[in-house]
Design a protein. Structure first.
Length: 317
C-alpha cells in the first residue's frame, strides 16, 4: 500500500504590457505552498508525522521579461533622428532585453545526529530565542565565505550530557522537557553531542537534541535559507547590407550585477556549489547542523554565480 501524499496550493498573477513606445514587458508572480510526505520514516504506524513542507516548496517567486527598442535613430530617435546612409543604419534597430528572477530561499531543516525518531531529533528549547525568518546573509569585505545568522549563536555541550551544570538547570524547569540522561551516561553522551546557545549568554539554550526515543518538537523544513535573485540582459542589432543580406550582432550579459548566490557545501559536487557554466549551478543551504564540529551555525561556504559576457556575430544571406 502506498501511503505517500502531496498537496500544492498557489496564487498566480501575471501583468503584461503590450508593445508601447518600443517597450514590451511581462511579470509573473507565484505565492505557493507545497506539502508532502518527506519519506523520513519517523513512525511506520503514523505516516502523518512525516507530512509537512516539502523540499520543493518556494513561498514566493517573481520572474520578469522585457524588451525595449532604443530610440537612437529614425523618426522617433533622440540622437540621430535626421541621419542617413550608414550612420542611420548603425543607429537604428538596437534592442535591449532582460530576464530577471527572484525567489524565496530553499526550505531548511535544523539537524542533528540521527536518533530513534528519524528526521526529528531536535528540540527548540525557547521559541523566543529563534525566529526562522530573521536570517540574512553577511559577507566580510573580499571574503569568499559568509554567515546567515552572523555571530548570534554558538555551539556548546548538550546540557543533557552535563546534569551537574547549574547554568543549564533552567532548560529543564519546563515540564515539557524530560530530565537529563542517567548519571552514568554523561561521559559517553558528551563525546559527540552539542547544542546551540546564544553567543552572548551561553546559558540560554536554543536548540538541543531530543531525548532518545522521543520526537523533537521542531519539524524539518520549518526554516528558510537565503533567497535568490539574478538578472540577465542582452543587446542586439540587425544591420541590413542589401536585400536578402544582413548582419546580426548580439551581446549577452549573464548576472549583469555580478550578484553572488550564497551556497553551503554541496556533498553531491564534492563540497562546492558545482558550477557547470555561467548559468547553471547547484546551491545548498547554510550549515544548520547543531552538532557540527567543522562549521559555525549558519556558515555559508561559497559564493556561486558570476558575471559573464558573450558576443555573437551572424551573417544572413
Amino acid at each position: 500500500m502506498n501511503r505517500d501524499r502531496s498537496n500544492y496550493h498557489s496564487l498566480q498573477a501575471q501583468v503584461t504590457l503590450r508593445p508601447t513606445h518600443g517597450l514590451n514587458f511581462q511579470a509573473t508572480y507565484t505565492w505557493s505552498r507545497s506539502l508532502g510526505d518527506r519519506g523520513t520514516g519517523t513512525d511506520a504506524l503514523d505516516p502523518s508525522l512525516d507530512y509537512g513542507i516539502s523540499d520543493q516548496h518556494r513561498l514566493h517567486t517573481l520572474t520578469t521579461y522585457g524588451t525595449y527598442n532604443l530610440p537612437l535613430g529614425g523618426p522617433n530617435g533622440y540622437l540621430f533622428r535626421n541621419s542617413s546612409g550608414w550612420v542611420k543604419r548603425m543607429a537604428e534597430g538596437w534592442q535591449l532585453s532582460w530576464v530577471s528572477s527572484m525567489s524565496a530561499g530553499l526550505p531548511m531543516s535544523i539537524t542533528s545526529l540521527a536518533t530513534m525518531q528519524a528526521g526529528s531529533g531536535i528540540d527548540l528549547v525557547d521559541p523566543s530565542l529563534f525566529n526562522s525568518k530573521d536570517g540574512h546573509v553577511t559577507w566580510a569585505n573580499g571574503a569568499r565565505a559568509g554567515y546567515y545568522y552572523g555571530s548570534k549563536y554558538a555551539f556548546v555541550n548538550d546540557p543533557q550530557c552535563d546534569p551537574a551544570n547549574g547554568s543549564v538547570a533552567a532548560a529543564y524547569s519546563q515540564p515539557s522537557f524530560p530530565s537529563p540522561v542517567a548519571v552514568n551516561l554523561p561521559s559517553l553522551c558528551g563525546q559527540g553531542l552539542r547544542a546551540l546557545a546564544l553567543a552572548d549568554d551561553t546559558s540560554q539554550i536554543v536548540f538541543q537534541h531530543a531525548t532518545p526515543g522521543v520526537k523533537g518538537n521542531l519539524d524539518p523544513n520549518t526554516s528558510t535559507g537565503p533567497g535568490r535573485w539574478s538578472m540577465d540582459m542582452a543587446i542586439s542589432k540587425d544591420i541590413t547590407i542589401k536585400e536578402g543580406k544582413s548582419i546580426n550582432f548580439r551581446m549577452d550579459i549573464n548576472n549583469i550585477f555580478n550578484h553572488a548566490t550564497p551556497s553551503g557545501a554541496d556533498a553531491m559536487s564534492g563540497g562546492s556549489p558545482g558550477s557547470y557554466d555561467q548559468r547553471t549551478y547547484r546551491i545548498s543551504n547554510p550549515t544548520s547542523d547543531i552538532n557540527s564540529f567543522s562549521s559555525p551555525f549558519g556558515y555559508i561556504a561559497y559564493k556561486a554565480g558570476h558575471r559573464v559576457f558573450s558576443a555573437k556575430l551572424r551573417f544572413t544571406f
